[in-house]
Design a protein around this ligand. Structure first.
Ligand code: NI
Length: 255
């Protein structure tokens, strides 16, 4: 059984046929963790997780949305995070590539949510785009002891620093792209017990479907790509990455 540890089934790209997509996920027997990006999508994630036993939720505010949230957002997140199927605070972090919210606001909202995760003893799911040094520094100062660098795009040199903080790394479609040298290099060298699989759907669709809408069932393709990069079987990839996801997110039901 595979786990897609980072999906956005709440995205409007799924509006026309979300029920069918969810039905296909169910047929594969996989699990999905849906990530929130703001209060609305966090609520949506939570509701999906309550409706389907194979979907779990993260609640959090993405750096893109950091400048747009209401003042009491932490209270709202706190209340949602108490629900049984919320397994992490996320996605949170820094994005200096788009800069949709100014850097100071991004940092403040990131730090506030890390403090919340620490208080709740939940892992954090971190988005870091072109902000590796600041992300690392803030995590080091936060006291957070477990989490996931999602769609990890940093260097292999920094991996050890994140591992010291109890972090795992997830990879998606990029490891199937011909020109994505860095994530392929990192995923080829990382200890296998630190690797998780994700789709980040509807974005980052793996080859040969690049350009089309992504969905959680395509995690199968990511598993195959990882198996080839590591020279092990897809069954081994499945067993190891699912055990890793269970260790980090502690799903309520045994898997
Ligand atoms: Ni995402």
């Amino acid at each position: 059984m595979l786990v897609d540890v980072h999906a956005h089934l709440d995205d409007k790209a799924f509006e026309p046929d979300r029920d069918e997509v969810v039905q296909k996920i169910k047929e594969t027997g996989m699990l999905v963790i849906n990530a929130g990006s703001d209060l609305g999508t966090s609520r949506f994630s939570l509701e999906l997780s309550q409706k389907y036993d194979f979907i779990y939720a993260c609640v959090g505010v993405h750096p893109h949305e950091a400048a747009k949230i209401p003042e009491n957002y932490l209270e709202v997140l706190y209340r949602m995070s108490k629900e049984k199927k919320v397994v992490a605070i996320g996605e949170v972090g820094l994005d200096y590539y788009y800069d949709f919210s100014d850097k100071d606001t991004q940092k403040r909202v990131f730090m506030e949510q890390l403090a919340l995760a620490k208080e709740l003893d939940l892992p954090v799911v971190v988005h870091d785009r072109e902000a590796h040094q600041d992300t690392l520094k803030i995590l080091q100062e936060s006291g957070v002891k477990k989490g996931l660098m999602h769609c990890y795009s940093g260097s292999y040199e920094l991996v050890g620093e994140f591992m010291k903080l109890g972090f795992y790394f997830s990879f998606g479609g990029t490891i199937t792209f011909k020109n994505a040298k860095r994530p392929k290099e990192v995923v080829s060298k990382l200890p296998l017990d630190k690797i998780l699989l994700e789709t980040d759907c509807p974005y980052l669709t793996p080859e040969p479907y690049r350009g089309k809408r992504n969905d959680p069932t395509k995690v199968e393709i990511i598993a195959q790509a990882l198996a080839e990069l590591r020279g092990i079987s897809k069954e081994e990839v499945e067993k190891i990455t699912t055990a890793n996801a269970q260790r980090l997110f502690k799903f309520a039901k045994p898997i």
